[in-house]
Design a protein around this ligand. Structure first.
Ligand code: SF4
Length: 224
């Protein structure tokens, strides 16, 4: 959670450097919890926004100690997923995404951590509706994705959002899931749409008169 706070509005390199400096000096998070805010602020300066992040780090750590008596959050693994997701959200500044990251990546639980890429790709692909909030998207996607697949889903949607389905000018003509995407035509240029129309026409012409796809014989279904 400390790392999440440090990573807000800064690069991975800067937040990692800030976290490393903090832990080199204090060694344990318990020591950070009882440190002066000014000391924390000095150590995390490379991560930026140190004046805002230092008091937040101290506040979150002390709130965990107050609620749990320890900074060890492994007890969340024993809780039902919905209760485990709700627990970190009692902490100042911890929303559904941060709670999901802690559960997913620190505790190995099948929680969603929906960032801007996952949210955008899910909406464009029609996996969630256009008006679904980020909070609600966590619940919807958790219900749709098999717990075993949450990590793969997370990584593949983020990579797809970063590399192909970018916020500006997504690469729809090259997209491997373009054929399934209800948003594809919205983002394509006139020239790309003309190419797509020609391809679709060719496919239709090629399939005219073709035999129906073979459906293997199977045992009749016993409808009880
Ligand atoms: S077709 Fe375009 S909008 Fe749809 S998922 Fe691919 S890149 Fe995104």
């Amino acid at each position: 959670m400390v790392f999440l706070i440090l990573s807000q509005q800064t690069s991975d390199i800067n937040s990692s450097r800030a976290y490393r400096r903090l832990m080199e000096r204090f060694v344990t998070l318990d020591a950070v919890a009882s440190a002066d805010i000014s000391e924390i602020e000095t150590d995390i300066a490379p991560g930026g926004l140190a004046k805002i992040k230092a008091p937040r780090i101290k506040e979150v750590l002390n709130k965990v100690l107050e609620l749990n008596g320890s900074l060890d959050l492994s007890f969340l693994q024993e809780m039902p997923l919905n209760d485990a997701k709700a627990w970190p959200r009692q902490l100042p500044g911890i929303g559904p995404k941060s709670a999901g990251i802690v559960l997913r990546f620190s505790l190995g639980m099948p929680a969603m951590a929906i960032d801007t890429h996952i949210y955008r790709v899910s909406q464009r692909l029609g996996v969630i509706g256009p008006k679904v909030s980020v909070d609600k998207a966590h619940d919807i996607l958790e219900a749709k994705v098999d717990p075993e697949e949450v990590f793969n889903f997370h990584v593949s949607y983020i990579n797809h959002g970063r590399q192909v389905c970018r916020a500006q000018r997504p690469l729809c003509p090259e997209c491997v899931v373009g054929g399934l995407c209800p948003s594809r035509k919205k983002f394509m240029s006139k020239a790309d749409l003309a190419v797509l129309a020609a391809q679709e026409e060719n496919t239709l012409a090629g399939s005219a008169g073709a035999p129906l796809p073979h459906v293997p014989q199977s045992e009749p279904i016993n409808e009880e």
